[in-house]
Design a protein around this ligand. Structure first.
Ligand code: ADP
Length: 200
């Protein structure tokens, strides 16, 4: 199979084409747009995530933010709410889309012919689990490659969990999550986080 890179003309990299050629009567080729998935809980999306997504979008033609469906995990935002928040944050970024997945990430990747996984690293403590996961994913799906992007300095301490925790206790998280997310959190915790210092 010959691979032809047609760049951004088409959004679906799995489409296969058949064309006639004098050299080979039926010539099959496949679009090789570069797509990466960025999996996580995104409960909710933070500025740390946004930074990783924007930097990934400068490296790939398309970034699919993949929200994990995990029935055993209690989340503040429903799956639909998490997807909607991501879609609203990236409404003006045609390269970024949000989808959900359940089960093995590599199964989603195989099904959609995607090879690259993006993960963000905040601290050395993230590394051990991430490294183990990357090796396991490659064991199950040898074509899968994990790319680690180091967190931007001002977001190394930001996680969805800590954001929810401090917000629920009344802290202002203005610079740590997109305004759309902060509004959504205000609706989850009415009367909270109306004042307090912000970080930059
Ligand atoms: P969280 O740990 O905030 O709950 P997720 O489970 O949604 O986030 O994580 C998805 C990915 O985003 C993981 O690779 C995680 O390491 C990364 N990530 C989360 N927060 C940040 C951040 N502040 N900077 C860089 N990467 C991050």
């Amino acid at each position: 199979m010959q691979t032809l890179a047609l760049g951004r003309l088409y959004r679906d990299p799995t489409i296969q084409y058949k064309v006639a050629s004098p050299a080979a009567p039926i010539w099959r080729f496949r679009l090789n747009a570069t797509t990466a998935v960025y999996p996580g809980s995104f409960d909710p999306i933070t500025n740390g995530h946004v930074d990783i997504i924007l930097r990934s979008a400068s490296l790939f033609d398309r970034v699919v933010v993949l929200v994990a469906v995990n029935h055993s995990k209690q989340t503040l935002f429903t799956l639909d709410e998490r997807l909607e928040l991501i879609r609203r944050v990236f409404a003006d970024h045609p390269k970024v889309e949000a989808q959900s997945f359940e089960g093995l990430l590599v199964n989603y990747m195989k099904k959609h012919d995607i090879r690259a996984v993006i993960r963000g690293l905040r601290a050395v403590s993230d590394f051990e689990y991430e490294f183990q996961m990357a090796l396991m994913n490659r064991k199950i799906h040898p074509q899968a490659e994990t790319l680690f992007l180091a967190s931007r300095e001002n977001y190394t301490y930001v996680s969805s969990r800590i954001l929810k925790e401090v917000f629920s206790l009344g802290a202002c998280i203005q610079d740590l999550a997109p305004p759309i997310v902060i509004d959504a959190m205000r609706r989850k915790y009415p009367g909270r986080a109306l004042s307090g210092p912000t970080q930059s």
